[in-house]
Ligand binder design. Structure first.
Ligand code: UDP
Ligand code: MN
Length: 249
């Protein structure tokens, strides 16, 4: 049932929380029958958690410093796993039967509820290394057992798996996690498929909220080498101005 399925994102600080707010509004505007969940750590202020509660159906605190937690022990031996590790908390949302995780730096442009027909673990290829999946968008089934297994696996093996070779039905089309820089690197493909892009991912350094913005004209400023990303960055800022900024105190 739709109420047992959810979109899930993560923020460990107020900056990423702004991304999460814009993402949530983009999902609502695109249209969905599923719930919206934000995982937050204590690094997100109370004021921002209130903001998130106004937009998400559930704001779930995940405490990375929970002592006695096997998760925490694992983290101590592999501090490099930081945020990756925090993402794994999404498998603990066992009140839901199926979820889709979205990075806080993603934006939904068209309805994507059909992703809930996919199985765990479905994800799109990484634009930089297509034999790996990109963890910015993935379909999963919450389960404490899986959570423990992933944790153990991540600590001992790093984050690689057999996604590339196991089952092609677990490969999501690139339009569900289009790296925003692909608009430049793969211009002919972007011209052909750009209209069909459903979720864009502002991977790497060009985070929309770090972009200079003119509050008078309400236009994002981009450098010459970011020109191709202007339209997508402007969509992010339009949602921010219209849905998010008016409610921030
Ligand atoms: N994240 C966060 N705080 C951080 C870094 C990352 O909350 O300081 C979360 C956020 O949901 C983010 C995701 O982890 O979208 C992955 O990080 P990021 O998107 O920065 O990595 P990239 O997609 O650029 O590789
Ligand atoms: Mn990301």
């Amino acid at each position: 049932a739709a109420e047992e399925e959810a979109w899930v994102t993560l923020a460990t600080n107020d900056t990423y929380a702004l991304g999460a707010l814009v993402l949530a509004h983009s999902i609502r505007s695109a249209g969905t029958s599923r719930r919206l969940v934000a995982l937050v750590t204590p690094g997100v202020t109370m004021a921002m958690r209130d903001q998130l509660s106004g937009t998400f159906d559930l704001v779930q605190m995940v405490n990375v410093l929970d002592s006695g937690d096997t998760a925490n022990l694992a983290l101590l031996t592999r501090p490099d796993l930081g945020v990756t590790f925090t993402k794994l908390h999404c498998w603990r949302l066992t009140q839901f039967s199926k979820c889709v995780f979205l990075d806080a730096d993603t934006l939904m442009l068209h309805p994507c509820d059909e992703l809930f027909d996919r199985e765990e673990l479905s994800a799109a290829p990484d634009a930089g290394w297509p034999d790996c999946f990109n963890s910015g968008v993935f379909v999963f089934r919450p389960s404490l057992e899986t959570y423990q297994k992933l944790l153990t696996f991540a600590v001992s093996h790093g984050s690689f798996d057999d996604w590339a070779t196991k089952d092609i039905s677990r490969h999501l089309p690139f339009i569900y996690n289009m790296c925003s820089t692909a608009t430049y690197s793969y211009l002919p493909a972007y011209k052909k498929f750009g209209e069909t892009v459903r979720i864009v991912h502002f991977i790497g350094a060009t985070k929309p909220w770090l972009q200079p913005f003119d509050s008078e004209t309400r236009k994002v400023r981009v450098s010459a080498d970011q020109e191709h990303q202007r339209m997508l960055l402007q969509i992010w800022w339009d949602i921010f101005c219209y849905h998010v900024h008016p409610h921030l105190s």
